[in-house]
Design a protein around this ligand. Structure first.
Ligand SMILES: *Cc1c(COP(=O)(O)O)cnc(C)c1O
Length: 427
């Protein structure tokens, strides 16, 4: 199929994320990807600034990852997980328990981040049900959050910017407090935490858990907030008898400079969701981890089982990819490497600070953000990046980079220089 044909058929029949059929928006066929470069059908090569939405942390077509998947494929690609178990799943669960904060002891595998969030919410509700507190079925969360596109997850996304307002009548009404205004690196005052505290005081009896993205609110605005705030949320959850769910789907596996973002605050949640970078971007897999306290309470209460079980739960290929990815990560000097990328992004994006169109430039770990004063049209800006040899996908007022961890200093310079050039053309 030639590229023109492919684009025409795609446009006529294939949905993309948050897309329209027949809208004729620019779309770029990719034929292969290697290291940090995507190769387009027309022969152009783009430096990847997105890690395919936070996931491809080791870049593409990695020999170690490829070998791990080939080896697993020779044994079995999939078996059902009801009544059967296998080494990739058990090894991965054990590895995740080692890597995450100590009290997390039980792992539920699912296929995507959104489902991992559904599972987390069901765990919290079942926990309180098992303890005879069935009124605790609602969730408290922060505005500007994003937790996925399924119905439970949508209910805790920002009700306005969360892209789901048209469903508001069918979504469960949850409790929201404003985004913390204390930024990363700053302390959190009593005033900053007061709205959350007040909500717990008033409605704690109905609240099963606080759910939030620790430190980085990603899709909802690339907002980096105070670790002190997160620490105080943990304290308040304990004080008011509410569980804490940390959605580490975007932040997990080193992206913010710590293995998990909750480590910036030195806290651990009762339930943690991971996804995105879990398999190094090779296959779709997510996990929900919880404490012995939560898992044993659910198991000893009514109905004695956790009520969820996906068909492709703990897919062996996906688990093998995750094991290989975690081995690559933990055997590398990942922390100094993230610091190197952080410095590269900071220096590289600094010229954009001078632009009239730019409101803020901020960097945390391997995340670089240019916040513009006005929203940009994807339709015009996306091809501009491609013309400059870069793959970035801005949204709203945000241009952001989260490159693969294997990005060299030279490629970081090329990447940030291209972003500065594109930003300079925005009015
Ligand atoms: C991407 C994301 C999700 C949803 O994950 P999917 O795999 O797209 O379903 C949930 N929470 C956060 C924080 C995310 O960044």
């Amino acid at each position: 199929m030639d590229a023109q044909q492919l684009i025409a058929l795609d446009n006529a029949h294939v949905w993309h994320p948050y897309s329209a059929i027949g809208a004729d928006l620019p779309i770029f066929p990719v034929v292969s990807a290697n290291g940090v470069r995507l190769k387009l059908a027309d022969g152009r090569e783009l430096i990847d600034g997105m890690s395919s939405w936070w996931s491809a942390i080791h870049g593409y077509n990695h020999p170690v990852m490829n070998r791990a998947l080939q080896a697993q494929m020779e044994k079995m690609s999939h078996v059902m997980f009801g009544g059967l178990t296998h080494e990739p799943a058990v090894k991965l669960a054990t590895r995740l328990i080692e890597l995450t904060p100590a009290p997390l002891q039980a792992v539920f595998f699912s296929d995507s981040g959104s489902v991992a969030v559904e599972v987390a919410m069901k765990m919290a509700i079942q926990y309180w049900h098992a303890k005879g507190q069935s009124s605790k079925q609602r969730f408290l969360t922060l505005r500007n959050g994003y937790h996925g596109d399924t119905f439970g997850a949508m209910s805790v996304c920002d009700p306005v910017t969360g892209m789901h307002s048209l469903f508001s009548d069918v979504l469960t009404k949850q409790y929201f407090v404003d985004t913390p205004t204390c930024r990363f690196g700053e302390a959190c005052s009593d005033d900053d935490i007061a709205p959350l505290k007040q909500m717990l005081e008033q409605s704690g009896n109905n609240i099963a858990a606080v759910i939030l993205e620790p430190i980085v609110q990603a899709t909802g605005g690339m907002n980096f907030y105070s670790a002190d705030y997160l620490r105080r949320v943990r304290e308040l959850c304990d004080e008011f008898g509410v569980l804490l769910i940390c959605d580490e789907i975007a932040t997990g596996f080193g992206r913010t400079g710590k293995m998990f973002a909750c480590e910036h605050a030195g806290i651990s949640p009762d339930i943690m969701c991971v996804g995105k970078a879990l398999t190094g971007g090779y296959l779709t897999l997510a996990a929900t981890l919880t404490t012995h306290e939560v898992s044993s309470t659910i198991s000893s209460g009514e109905p004695g089982l956790f009520m969820h079980g996906p068909t492709f739960m703990a897919n062996p290929l996906a688990c093998s990819a995750a094991l290989a990815s975690l081995e690559l990560l933990t055997n590398s000097d990942w922390q100094p490497n993230i610091e190197r990328i952080s410095v590269g992004l900071g220096q590289g994006l600094a010229p954009s600070r001078e632009l009239d169109s730019v409101a803020d430039v901020r960097v945390l770990g391997a995340i670089g953000v240019i916040e513009l004063k006005r929203s940009i049209e994807m339709k015009t800006i996306q091809p501009m990046f491609v013309e400059h040899g870069v793959w970035a996908r801005p949204f709203g007022r945000l241009i952001y980079l989260m490159p693969p961890y294997v990005t060299s200093d030279e490629d970081l310079e090329l990447l940030t220089a291209a972003v500065n050039r594109v930003a300079s053309k925005i009015e």
